[in-house]
Design a protein around this ligand. Sequence first.
Ligand SMILES: [Zn+2]
Length: 417
Amino acid sequence: MTAKTAKKARHDHRALGRELELFGTDPLIGSGLPYWLPAGASVRHALEEYVRAVERRAGYQHVYSPVLGKRELYELSGHWSHYRDDMYPPMDLGGGDEGEELVLRPSLCPHHALIFRSRAHSHRELPLRMAELGGMYRSERSGVLGGLGRVRAIQLNDAHVFCTPDQVVDEAGAALDLIRRAHTAMGVAATRYRLSLPGPGGKYVDAPQAWRRATALLTEVLDRFGLPYERAEDEAAFYGPKIDVQFTDAAGREFTLSTVQVDFHQPERFDLTYVGADGAKHRPVMVHRSVIGSVERAMAHLIEVHGGAFPAWLAPVQVAVLPVSADQFTDAAELVERCEELGLRAELSDPGRGSLGARIRSARLVPYQVVIGAKEAVEEAVAVRLRGGRRLDPMPVRSFAERVREMVRAHSTELWS
Ligand SMILES: [Zn+2]
C-alpha cells in the first residue's frame, strides 16, 4: 500500500466506521441498509438533536408522518410519473384489501402537503414552517451502494415552508443561513453552490412559467447573499429548481449535502390554499429545504472530515476519566457522575483495562482526557489533556466540567478557548 492509498483508507468512512465501531451492515439485512452501533448512534443522536434545536429556534414546528402512503398519493404529487424509477414497487395488501397498494415513500413532501391541507389557514399563519426528520426510501441498484454514501433507507432532515410568493426570498435566505451555521458547527466546508435547473426530456413538470418564476426567486436569494454559484442543467427536482450546497467526499466525488428548493407544482396538485387579507383563497408556495440532507450522508462526511476526531459536541465519548491506580477509582467515578449530571457523555477507563499509557492511547480520539492521580484526588483537582496532546494547568473539578459543558452547548469546534 502506498502512502497515498494508506491516507485515503484512513479517511474512508467505511473503514473508520468499522474501526471505531460506529455502524455496520449484514448481508441478511441487505446492502444499503446499515445499522448503527452505540458509538455511532451517540454521534447521530447529537447531530439530530442539534438540527431539531436550531429548527425550533428558527420557528419550525416538528411533525411525524408515516413512511408509507397509497399509490394514489404519489400519482397526485407527480412522483409516480416523474420519479417512479427510483421508487420501490407498490405492495398489494391482498386479503380483504385487494387493489389497495401501498408504497414506501420517496420523499416527505406529499405527507406534509396533506398535513397543511388538513385544516384551513389564514395568511396570518404564514410562513408556516413544517419540519420532520423522517424515513424515505430509494430503490438503488446494489452495484452503486457503498457505506453510508448511498443507501436504500434514508433518514432525511426535511422541512417545507408554506408561504406567500412575497415571502419566498426571505424564507429561502433564512434557510441558507441555517445551513451555513450548521456547516460551521459541524466543522465542514462546502465545495460550491449550485443552481440546479431542469434539462430536456420528460423528467420535469411541464410548466415553463413556473420554472422561470422559481428560478428567478432562487437567483435573487443567491445574489442577496453574494454567493458565487454555478448553474447546472438537468439537476433540478422534477417539481422545481434547487440551490444545492455541494461537498466532496474522500474519494473526490461530489455530492449534495444541503438544499433549498422552490416549488409551485405540489401546492397546485394538492390544491393547497390560504385565506388572504382580501378574504379570498390564494395558493401558497412550498419552499423545500434540508439543512444536513440525509443523516447517513452527513454522518459519512463527518467521519471522513474529522477522521473520527469529532467536535466535542458530536463525540461519542466527550470526557474520558483515567484514574492512575485503583486508589483513585472513587474520585474518578464521582467525576464521571458529575459530567453525566451536566448532560455530558463521560466514560471511566479503569486501571483494569491496562497501563495508563495504553489507556490514554485508546482514548486518543476523546476530546477531554482527565488523569486522576493521588495528588489530584487529595486536592480535588483535575489534570486535563486535550485531544491532540495539549495539557492544561490543573483545575478544580467543578470548573472543568462546567467549562466543557459550555463548549459543548456552544457547538464549538474548538476544544478549549
Ligand atoms: Zn420536499
